[in-house]
Design a binder for this molecule. Sequence first.
Ligand code: CA
Length: 230
Amino acid sequence: MKRILIVEDELVIGEVQKDYLEAAGCAVEIATSGDVGLAKALAEDYDLLILDLMLPKVDGFEICRQIRARKNIPILMVSARKEDIDKIRGLGLGADDYMTKPFSVGELVARVKAHLARYDRLTGSGHAARAEEIRLRGIRIDKPSRKTYVNEAEVPLTSKEYDLLLFLALHPNRVFGKDELFEKIWGLDANGDTATVTVYISKLREKIEADPSKPQYIETIWGVGYRFNV
Ligand code: CA
């Protein structure tokens, strides 16, 4: 079941959206202030965020900016003012869709479904392996051309670096041991050992991370292995 978080301070509006989305088969939670919404969205694994712009404590602009820096989930922003929607677009905060209040809840449900389906195609279980392109936060991997882009700038990777990145990106948020990665990428019969994995992870970080000493994408789980964070 898809999990949706609605951040909306007008509870009546939030409740109506919740009813319709639940009728469409989603699990829905509501946060009525910006700080609570931001904390929940960061801490939990939602599949989609519906974000009101004007909120107490932390506004929708700031929430969108912080979530987008950490997660790739679809963000649908709503505002009562058309000018605000233009402003959001102008700021390039990375929201996936925008709606001006009042809107029909049927329209909201249709858009939510479309974004969930698109997100599934990119990252969903099994679907990602068939997608031609993977987008995870600032990383874009174009599979037909085997090219990788960080914030839309192409990053040249060697064949094995690419294979390793692709494998991790196809299984976001899952931890893999070095043994497992060596076997998957190099094969059991290859020359080398798990130290090879360490070397290649560090090469990859040099190329894709803004600060390789504080990786945002490929995280080391001490004593266990590595995971690609989404
Ligand atoms: Ca509001």
